[in-house]
Ligand binder design. Structure first.
Ligand SMILES: [Zn+2]
Length: 471
């Protein structure tokens, strides 16, 4: 009889309903198999993220050709792609993130081809299509350092930018990560109140200074993580090296840096030649042609993996030569852009086939000491609705009619006054009505089409519902 040694995840999974099964087909019946979730995607030792602030177009004209390979605008050199692998033989190009403000301080949208040196909305869409991420950097970059800031200015700056980016990009980009302009820490609390999941800022007192250790679960609540400004120094690589050197013996770190427009020194930019040299050395040392220990990806992608790692569960079954991995994905948040998890498989027997449910993509390496399976559930459609956050699990569901709805909802609640809140799929508050009287219709005609969550509260009674708004 075969025997399964499956780490601690067995115990987590004793009382949940499973639905999604993957089969690992071993070449012979394995004596023992241990399966665990990798600490970082592709089972890398450390993660490295790079952010380009303020929406300047060098992300497309300069950085993208260096990362993906190609010609930098105004430069005759052709660059070869900078890559690492997925651990299964496939090369993946470096990707960055954009901290995006829609407007200048005067409130004028600078991304409609009117401002030289700024990305256009369609360029932002194309970066997103290449797997870059976009972070909320406020609507017009207003901050204490440059403006008189009232309470309302903070709220407006955050929500106007979320709305503009969602509405003006073809991909309807959502920005779950917030980066305050000019390090204005007054923004932090507001960002979390408006549904952002993570804030990055540069004071050395925040967690993650010199790299955030990610071996334990991280807080999925209101975490402010340090980000490091790139500095004009040929020693820049030493900082990343320090992270790499710490990421040994089962320890994993996540280090991130940011900069501004290349060669714009007044604007806090970095020499292009130094930058190109730095990135090339990073790739040579830790990428595909080096140790291949690094996962180079934008902040959101790394955070999403950590969320997936914490919210994905599974149980194992044995069936002769096959191991069936039964996934429980009901706690995965709906706001994730990417739903990827890497499994590490330890067994003396190799496997050569992995079968996954429809909509799930897989790459794997079924031989060697450390075997890997990378699973991407991003396009997999759950047959049952999933909860947006774990906290709403405790709430009772109520029905709303009609659903889908065009104009107004009827809510099945008992008499009295209710506080009603509507959240979008990112968990952002989009509407609020206090003292809503039971029996009245609730107007939702003003909402864009999409999926929404309704929260009703009266004293210590709370109900929630999920509805679809149509035009
Ligand atoms: Zn900025």
């Amino acid at each position: 009889m075969s025997k399964i040694l499956s780490t601690a995840f067995w115990m987590l999974n004793t009382c949940v309903v499973f639905g999604q099964k993957m089969t690992i087909q071993f070449d012979n019946t394995p004596i023992s198999v241990a399966i665990s979730k990798a600490k970082l995607k592709y089972n890398k030792d450390f993660a490295y993220s790079l952010t380009f602030d303020d929406g300047t177009d060098d992300a497309v004209t300069t950085i993208l050709p260096v990362f993906k390979g190609g010609k930098v605008v105004g430069n005759n050199t052709t660059y070869t792609p900078l890559t690492y692998t997925d651990g299964c033989g496939n090369a993946i190009a470096f990707r960055g993130g954009i901290a995006w403000n829609t407007a200048n301080l005067a409130g004028i949208d600078i991304h409609v081809g009117n401002a030289p040196g700024m990305l256009t909305w369609s360029q932002l869409d194309s970066l997103y299509g290449f797997g870059w991420d976009v972070f909320n950097h406020t609507y017009s970059h207003k901050a204490l350092a440059t403006n008189v800031m009232r309470e309302q200015d903070y709220n407006d700056e955050i929500s106007k930018n979320s709305l503009a980016v969602r509405q003006r990009t073809k991909s309807k980009i959502e920005m779950p990560i917030f980066i305050p302009p000019s390090s204005d820490t007054n923004y932090h609390k507001k960002a979390f109140q408006t549904g952002h999941r993570l804030v990055f800022d540069q004071q050395g007192s925040f967690v993650g200074y010199k790299g955030l250790q990610v071996d334990d679960n991280i807080s999925l609540g209101s975490l402010v993580i340090h980000r490091q400004g790139m500095e004009e120094s040929i020693h820049e690589l030493h900082r990343l090296e320090a992270t790499a050197d710490k990421s040994v013996s089962g320890k994993h770190f996540w280090y991130n840096e940011f900069t501004h427009r290349m060669d714009d020194f007044q604007g806090g930019g970095y020499h292009f030649n130094l930058f190109q040299n730095y990135m090339q050395r990073v790739a040579n040392r830790y990428g595909k042609n080096g140790s291949d220990r690094m996962w180079m990806a934008p902040l959101q992608e790394v955070y999403e993996y950590l969320v997936m790692r914490q919210t994905t569960n599974y149980a194992l079954q044995v069936s002769q030569k096959n191991i069936i991995v039964d996934f429980d994905l009901k706690n995965i948040p709906t706001w994730l852009r990417r739903k990827v998890v890497t499994l590490v498989v330890h067994s003396t027997v190799d496997f050569s086939k992995v079968t996954v449910p429809a909509g799930v993509t897989v790459t794997f390496k079924g031989n060697g000491v450390t075997k890997l399976i990378n699973l991407d559930f991003s396009n997999w459609k759950s047959s049952t609705p999933v909860d947006d956050t774990a906290t709403t699990n405790k709430l009772k569901n109520i029905s709303v009619y009609p659903n889908p709805v065009k104009d107004a909802l009827s809510l099945e609640v008992t008499s009295g006054d209710w506080d009603v809140r509507i959240f979008n799929e990112m968990g952002q508050l989009v509407a609020e009505k206090v003292h809503f009287r039971a029996g009245q219709p609730l107007n939702v005609a003003f909402l864009n089409q999409g999926i929404y969550f309704l929260l009703m509260q009266q004293g210590d009674k709370s109900y929630r519902s999920r509805f679809v708004k149509v035009e």
